[in-house]
Ligand binder design. Structure first.
Ligand SMILES: [Cu+2]
Length: 276
């Protein structure tokens, strides 16, 4: 049993270090999904290099103080307890040191928040609309609109992860800034892809924005991240990051397959624009 567990642990380490081309969480994974954007790099850095060491140090220090006082001042060794109730120096210390720790955390944290919030000039814009319980997508500049429903377990193809695969994928080019407009049509949802470091609420009646620039081709998975009803767990997000050429090929195909308005309307619209 222990051996089996250990094996699983090593396997998870290997999978964590050498993830496959699809970017979903794996069994027994520790830590975050592999990062492919600079925003997610910064999130991982903040968590692994700043927060975790501080949390561990504080926990160890408090544990040490507890054990020390329990052993050193136990009743048998210390029958007459001290009556000390104030020590100005220590009180200043335990106010100032936590403040300094918070400042050390706040500086990189705010820098990261602004990086996520300020959207660089976008190469591609997509719109994600949350519905109970699936996502609708639009490419507003391309006259493309389609829905993405979860693929049921019995219909999965090999290598497709359960509860994460959708019938239609969002396709975006690698190394390009993608702006995502996020809204919902019924209740609150949230659009999230861990590998991109992206998570934004989808709110009916308003549009939230976020962005990512994926540096690696592959298939990326995410899930609705705001409790939205009974099938909340079954409205996954699948984004395929492809080369520029593959993206352009897909655009051609998608414009025919997923045209939001009939082609005639677009022609008519263009004519109107030309006349103006
Ligand atoms: Cu939802």
């Amino acid at each position: 049993m222990t051996k089996k567990l250990l094996n699983k642990f090593y396997l998870s380490l290997v999978l964590f270090i050498y993830p496959s081309i699809s970017f979903a969480a794996s069994n027994w994974q520790m830590g975050f999904n592999e990062s492919v954007t600079s925003v997610m790099d910064d999130i991982v850095h903040l968590h692994d290099r700043i927060l975790l060491p501080i949390i561990v140090a504080i926990s160890v220090f408090v544990l040490f103080l507890l054990l020390y006082s329990v052993i050193r001042f136990r009743a048998s060794k210390n029958p007459v307890p001290s009556k000390t109730s104030h020590n100005t120096f220590i009180e200043i210390l335990w106010t100032v040191i936590p403040c300094l720790i918070l400042i050390v955390i706040a500086v990189p944290s705010f820098r990261l928040l602004y990086k996520q919030d300020v959207i660089p000039k976008a190469d591609v814009t997509i719109k994600a609309i949350g519905y109970q319980w699936y996502w609708g997508y639009e490419y507003p500049d391309q006259n493309i609109a389609f829905d993405a429903n979860m693929v049921e377990t019995k219909n999965l193809k090999p290598n497709q992860p359960r509860l994460l695969e959708t019938d239609n994928h969002v396709v975006v080019p690698v190394g390009k800034v993608v702006k995502v407009l996020i809204t919902a049509n019924d209740v609150l949802h949230a659009w999230a892809i861990p590998s991109f470091g992206v998570k934004r609420d989808a709110v009916p009646g308003r549009i939230n924005e976020t962005w990512f620039k994926a540096e690696k081709e592959g298939v990326y998975y995410g899930q609705c991240s705001e409790l939205c009803g009974s099938r909340h767990a079954f409205m996954p997000i699948t984004v395929r990051v492809v080369s520029e050429k593959q993206y352009n090929d897909w655009l051609k195909e998608a414009k025919a397959k997923f045209a939001k308005y009939p082609e005639n309307n677009v022609v008519a619209e263009n004519l109107i624009k030309e006349k103006k």
